[in-house]
Design a protein around this ligand. Structure first.
Ligand SMILES: NC(=O)c1ccc[n+]([C@@H]2O[C@H](COP(=O)([O-])OP(=O)(O)OC[C@H]3O[C@@H](n4cnc5c(N)ncnc54)[C@H](OP(=O)(O)O)[C@@H]3O)[C@@H](O)[C@H]2O)c1
Length: 345
């Protein structure tokens, strides 16, 4: 199956994805999947489109070297129209623009435009699923295309795949998790007596913090992830703006150190429970007992505990998050998409 990819967003995740596609090419070919990047769109670094395929790795190095792709940027939505018409492969939008917690833009516009043109969508941006899951899943099903977002929560750990593919007919009553790498890294550093700003700076330098780091430290990213999961598994119909949310700051250091001294850990816990009329979703700083499965997480680690029936409590842990894992989630979504097409062909 040949997949023609349009990358909207070519930042940390988009560029790592371009590299990983090359590194995974033999493994993907063995699965019968041949992705080809035909378009790239950015906000300030220009755009490229060639229906015969682009050298995206060279494009990534050009941007990292301070260059741009083309002097005049082409609006991303125009490229989508070209993608839908062009090429022989299956058209796929790979959306990795920054998270926006006010309205999920510009990602929502990009995803809607793709689905309306029967273009498949894979994204690491949690905005669309956190703001408009019901609408987008409905539009995808109406157009007969995929809307996949494995990289939106817990980087490369396959949580949406886990539930969809391996827990058929299972009921999810709720979940709780540590799902934001930046704040877990900062909390661990604060426990060890490091300064808040220095720890945050390291996450920014590593490309792990959001473009606007207040989205991490004020709990927005965790809220968007919790809502994304609650919308998919609990039909919550919520948005990140209407859930209880707590964040952290330099003043959190004393609480983190006191908890540690008492044998406990302070963690930013995102959780949801099925409830009437709508699921209860929240992000709260909690002191956890040492034997809590969410307590033993250092640095960028994430963990999620699913409360399921009849399979009980399932805990999945990612010891080291990061860019490569998010890029891998996009690769795995490509394979999911190709398998679905193969099953239908
Ligand atoms: N970084 C991580 O570890 C991680 C992990 C999981 C999920 N995510 C999610 O993945 C997404 C991307 O993260 P990132 O770290 O790659 O962000 P980033 O480095 O800030 O890159 C964002 C990219 O989007 C482009 N962009 C912004 N507005 C655009 C528009 N209107 N049209 C076209 N392109 C536009 C930017 O263009 P310019 O290059 O011109 O600025 C840039 O190329 C975010 O939604 C984030 O929440 C990230």
């Amino acid at each position: 199956v040949t997949l023609d990819l349009l990358l909207i967003g070519f930042g940390h995740v988009g560029r790592r994805f371009a590299d990983l596609l090359v590194e995974c090419r033999p493994a993907l070919a063995a699965l019968g999947v041949e992705p080809r990047i035909v378009g790239i769109a950015t906000a300030r670094h220009g755009a490229l489109f060639d229906e015969g395929g682009l050298d995206a790795v060279a494009a990534a190095r050009r941007i990292e070297g301070g260059g741009v792709l083309a002097p005049a940027g082409v609006p991303a939505v125009d490229l989508m129209a070209r993608l839908a018409k062009a090429g022989t492969g299956i058209p796929v939008l790979v959306e990795t623009t920054p998270l926006d917690v006010q309205a999920a833009e510009p990602a929502l516009t990009h995803v809607r435009a793709a689905l309306a043109r029967r273009v498949h969508v894979i994204t690491a941006n949690k905005g669309p699923v956190a703001f408009a899951y019901r609408e987008l899943a409905g539009a995808a099903s109406e157009s007969g295309v995929a809307f996949l977002f494995e990289g939106a929560v817990m980087d490369g750990i396959p949580i949406f795949n886990l539930v969809r593919e391996t827990l058929p007919a299972c009921r999810i009553a709720g979940f709780r998790g540590v799902v934001n790498s930046t704040t877990n890294y900062i909390l661990t550093a604060l426990e060890e007596g490091e300064a808040f700003d220095a720890a945050l700076g390291r996450m920014q330098a590593a490309g792990v913090a959001e473009a606007d780091p207040s989205l991490d430290v004020d709990g927005w990213d965790a809220a968007a992830k919790a809502v994304a999961m609650a919308n998919v598994w609990l039909d919550a119909g919520r948005s990140p703006r209407d859930v209880a949310r707590e964040g952290l700051g330099p003043e959190t250091a004393a609480r983190a150190r006191a908890a540690r001294a008492a044998g406990r850990r302070l963690k930013l816990v995102a959780s949801a429970r099925a409830a009437e009329p709508r699921a209860d979703v929240r992000v709260v700083l909690e002191e956890l007992a040492a034997d809590d499965p969410l307590a033993n997480l250092d640095g960028q680690s994430n963990a999620l505990e699913l409360d399921t029936w009849p399979t009980g409590r399932i805990v999945i842990t990612q010891r080291d998050g990061g860019l490569e894992k998010t890029a891998y989630a996009l690769v795995s979504d490509l394979v999911t998409l190709a398998r679905r097409r193969g099953a239908r062909a």
